[in-house]
Design a protein around this ligand. Structure first.
Ligand SMILES: Nc1ncnc2c1ncn2[C@@H]1O[C@H](COP(=O)(O)OP(=O)(O)OP(=O)(O)O)[C@@H](O)[C@H]1O
Length: 259
């Protein structure tokens, strides 16, 4: 695939629960290797947009075209339900804010990683275990924890395991909803560092929802600012944060800078 072609093309995407509640008329392109941050206050529609983008919530109108691995472009909501599920299991990944939504807490860490490999056809137990061990190492979890259940892990470890589970199938596109939310500041910093390195190393395309502008600054190439379901401003991260144009973005940025 050529890097000058968008991985995702989003046009007029709308999903509303009530007027102003949800997301409306969202348009953007996401290019290979690009990290797009979605920011905005609580209730502005960030999660609704992310769920609609990642084929988990049917839009009211609009479309999402995805440039598939094999080269063709497909409309996400015109494809079969099983094809969408297959995408979510292999070529896409979803990192939830709460690890319990993205992990199986009562099966081992190794099985959490191995399960996704098996879903894409891997069968050999020894191979699956050795790949799981590699991924535990990659996300800085001691290999001796492979047979332990994630419910015995700290919040930061659970989040790193969730990332490993997603990345093991070499996805091209990852959706993240407040991946560092609810973690202590030092744990957040470590996780952000790991995420940043993995994103660069694996050339991942990422759409990340966050209300934390410091997280957005660190990870995102581009930002989309949402308010009451609409995108009020989008552009390069530095441009948006250093020279916000829309009064709402100005307020959002100044509220972080002013103690
Ligand atoms: N299943 C639902 N049914 C009805 N209304 C909903 C539903 N999910 C979300 N909403 C409403 O849609 C609006 C947008 O919610 P959403 O969760 O997308 O916002 P958000 O920006 O992600 O907020 P937060 O940062 O607090 O998670 C809110 O007013 C919310 O109450």
């Amino acid at each position: 695939m050529q890097d000058d072609q968008p991985l995702l093309t989003v046009e007029g995407l709308t999903k509303l629960y009530a007027p102003g509640k949800g997301c409306m008329d969202v348009d953007f392109n996401l290019y290979p290797g690009e990290v797009l941050g979605i920011v905005g206050e609580s209730g502005s529609g960030k999660t609704t947009l992310l769920e609609t983008l990642s084929a988990r919530l049917q839009p009211d109108s609009g479309g999402i075209r995805y440039h598939q691995k094999e080269g063709s472009v497909a409309d996400i909501y015109s494809m079969s339900e099983s094809r969408r599920r297959q995408l979510l299991r292999s070529d896409w990944g979803v990192v939830h804010q709460h690890p319990r939504d993205g992990l199986r807490m009562n099966v081992s860490a190794g099985a959490n990683i191995g399960e996704r490999l098996m879903a894409v056809g891997h069968r050999h137990y020894g191979d699956i275990r050795s790949v799981a061990l590699e991924w535990l190492k990659a996300v800085e979890i001691d290999e001796s924890r492979i047979d332990d259940q994630p419910r015995t892990f700290s919040g930061g470890m659970q989040q790193r395991l969730q990332i490993a589970r997603n990345l093991v199938t070499s996805p091209r596109l990852i959706f993240m909803d407040e991946p560092t939310g609810g973690l202590d500041v030092s744990v957040q910093a470590r996780l952000l560092d790991l995420l940043r390195n993995l994103v660069m190393e694996l050339q991942l395309s990422v759409i990340i929802v966050t209300h934390d502008l410091a997280v957005a600054r660190l990870l995102a190439d581009r930002l989309m600012v949402m308010r009451r379901g609409r995108v009020v401003e989008q552009g390069l991260t530095d441009q948006i944060l250093d020279d916000p144009q829309h009064p709402y973005t100005q307020l959002l940025v100044s509220s972080v800078l002013t103690p």
